[in-house]
Write a protein that binds this ligand. Sequence first.
Ligand SMILES: Nc1nc2c(ncn2[C@@H]2O[C@H](COP(=O)(O)OP(=O)(O)O)[C@@H](O)[C@H]2O)c(=O)[nH]1
Ligand SMILES: [Mg+2]
Length: 362
Amino acid sequence: MGIVMAKKTKSALENKKGVSISEITNTSKIKSIKDKRKTGINTDALVASILNKDITALSRAITLIESKNPKHLEKANTIIKGCLPYSNKAVRIGITGVPGVGKSTFIEVFGKHLTAIGKRVAVLAIDPSSSITKGSILGDKTRMENLVKDDNAFIRPSASGESLGGVARKTRETIILCEAAGFDVIIIETVGVGQSETTVHSMVDFFLLLKLAGAGDELQGIKRGIIEMADAIAINKADGDNLKKAKLAKVEFNRALHLYPEKSSHWQPKVTLCSALKNEGIDAIWEIILEYVKITSENNYFNTKRNEQNKFWLIQTIEDQLKSDFFNTPKIKSALKNQLQLIETNQTTPFAAADYLLSINN
Ligand SMILES: Nc1nc2c(ncn2[C@@H]2O[C@H](COP(=O)(O)OP(=O)(O)O)[C@@H](O)[C@H]2O)c(=O)[nH]1
Ligand SMILES: [Mg+2]
């Protein structure tokens, strides 16, 4: 299942069943096949199957969300609408850390721990670089061998060939579908490329930062913003010769975290040690997350945050759409080219050029 199934479904969607090769090569028939294909997706049936925890249906629907075909997007929107009343139930966890910190290894053992205690787990990724690096995260299935095979786990790589905004929107929609399909825990993995951590933070309940113990320089070179976003820092590879260093790092991080002002969640971020390789300290991290959910549900921060996230995404989506509409207008495209030339030769200012471009758009 997982990645393999997602790929299979994609090709199933793209090739109409029962059509022979000779039929496909007959161009006069291609249009009618395409038309049938367009109408061949029964959104009601797909929603019913998703609610029935049918993973093939879930994969098909996600493929529609990721499609560039406007007809598919229309179908995708209908499906999302159908699933929305059944979503919002899972715990959404964001996981980040530099390449090599052990994210894939961690997600494998963490995911297996969750399925062992009866949870269903969906793993998604936000990786705006995946179109260049051909899926740098979640691409390596070997580190998630057991989770990939687990019937209670679903693994879906990042949408590719998209801007961060595009990937983010698709991932948010995919979360809705996964929740409707009865997944209890949604894990969203990201690497610290550009703004991707902020993006993941804006769509999860709990943000987990995986760290390595350094040689006494734990607090150097860390993006301050990421520490601020973290609800827990897990120092991974706390095993063998590294254990002592990891323990020291824990003290340092705890000290540093106490310097930050109290969060509006009233949650004091935790620092913990783990070894994904040896499967140690993994259950403790789930306990921390449960404690977080309990405390923030009681003080209502949990729901407030989700509402705030929804409002943020409304504004964000409008901004993205307006921007893309603007820059894709043919009149703007050519006028922009001219204005850029005028800027180069010092004949206008960026502000005058912007005023002009915005004025001719109306
Ligand atoms: N010693 C030790 N090695 C680990 C641990 N977790 C991961 N690794 C190793 O670190 C390397 C990178 O792990 P990977 O999961 O691919 O990291 P990612 O790039 O963050 O996804 C691999 O060789 C893993 O076997 C751990 O807890 N302890
Ligand atoms: Mg990885």
